[in-house]
Ligand binder design. Sequence first.
Ligand code: TGC
Ligand code: FAD
Length: 397
Amino acid sequence: AATFKWDDPLNLHNSLTEEEQAIQETAHSYCQERLQPRVLEAYRKEDFDKKILQEMGELGLLGATIKGYGCAGVSSVASGLITREVEKVDSGYRSAMSVQSSLVMGPIDEFGTQEQKDKYLEKLGNGQLVGCFGLTEPNHGSDPGSMETMAKPHPSKEGYYSISGAKTWITNSPIADVLVVWAKLQETGKIRGFVIERDQCPPGTLNTPAIKDKNGLRASITGMIQLDDCPVPKENMFPEVEGLRGPFSCLNSARYGIAWGTMGALEDCIRRAREYALERKQFKSNPIAKYQLVQKKLADATTDAAFGLAAALQVGRLKDEGKIVPEMISMIKRQNCDRALVNARHLQEIFGGNAVSDEYHIGRHVANLFVTQTYEGQSDIHALILGRAITGLQAFV
Ligand code: TGC
Ligand code: FAD
């Protein structure tokens, strides 16, 4: 007989294929056994261990939907389940994985030349190389179309562009071997994508200082990309794709992954808050879980997590059938990030003073979830993308 499961109230498990269930199980075991024990120290020290990407690569978790090049070639739903498991541990680990998979391997697979694919995909997929994605600039975040980073023919090196400009808030940049950078081509004024190899850059032309002392996403490394007349071979430019369609196509996949991932973070908050509420006793030896106001917090969070996962699953199935439009992704990215943040913040109250200790993990999720609501399109920006689709009127400018 069917029973109510607090950790899967709408029986999502039943809608997964056996293969998807097996992939989720593999990701779950790795994340709980190998990542969870490291996260507190990594967060405290603001330290990201590159080896994590190699471990993920060995398990086939990187670029998981890509076919060939040693990648797993799994469904979009399976890749969503992987991000959900990783983000149950920490949004920063999911961030490192999303950037490598959706924002670096993704554009190389979708827009790269055969030579670029052969050169980079396998090594990125097994974590031998680390990648980053440079779109945001100090003066242009929500509005990347106004970027200032410029590529022009190199004045002295035949067959090279010279790229100058600055990118900021770039996940993985201080440790990246391969940097996907979006810049305007001076000749056309159009945005183009370039694969920059750190090893190929002469001293002083590429710097990637870390941005330290973050108050969220501390288990992920973030930095700038500073390019000063950096020579980049012309064959390192993506040959066809022009305009914002390039970066936004990759962002569609990354944003889709965040919709799953943030639900994983919220599920971890629910599990921890429920356990705490059942153990903690106040007033006549009652567990605080017996009190209505505490139950309401758990009911709200559990409902939002189940709805958010159901929506992510629906969009994932449509994605695999080639039937999605970007507005669907804006809807689930915005809703799931917002609901994860609001509910995590309410669940935090269940821990009382203990919420302030990092050993209870809830404060870390709350701080991380603010970042998820901000990057890959801040929630209000996604509201405007939806508003534009609903009314036909654009409100950005
Ligand atoms: P707009 O006029 O809307 O579009 C310009 C061109 O781009 C195309 N396009 C898309 N193509 C594919 N998928 C999408 N989702 C697309 N959205 C737009 C569009 O069709 C058009 O093509 P064409 O050929 O006609 O030129 O452009 P706009 O300048 O008005 O854009 C406004 C807005 C707000 C929608 C957009 O700029 C936006 O989404 N801003 C948010 C910026 C953002 O998401 N940045 C993300 C940086 S990367 C990051 O945060 C990584 S964090 C990674 C981690 O650690 O996990
Ligand atoms: P702004 O664009 O200045 O926005 C500030 C506020 O104004 C927001 O609330 C926004 O919604 C609002 N706003 C802006 N325009 C409008 C408007 N027209 N109408 C209404 N409200 C508006 N970027 C990358 O390229 N690669 C990465 O790997 C990457 N990783 C990141 C990692 C971290 C930890 C962080 C914090 C950010 C990262 N980002 C990355 C950058 C991220 O995508 C941007 O921070 C985000 O797009 C918002 O840009 P901004 O910070 O410049 O804010």
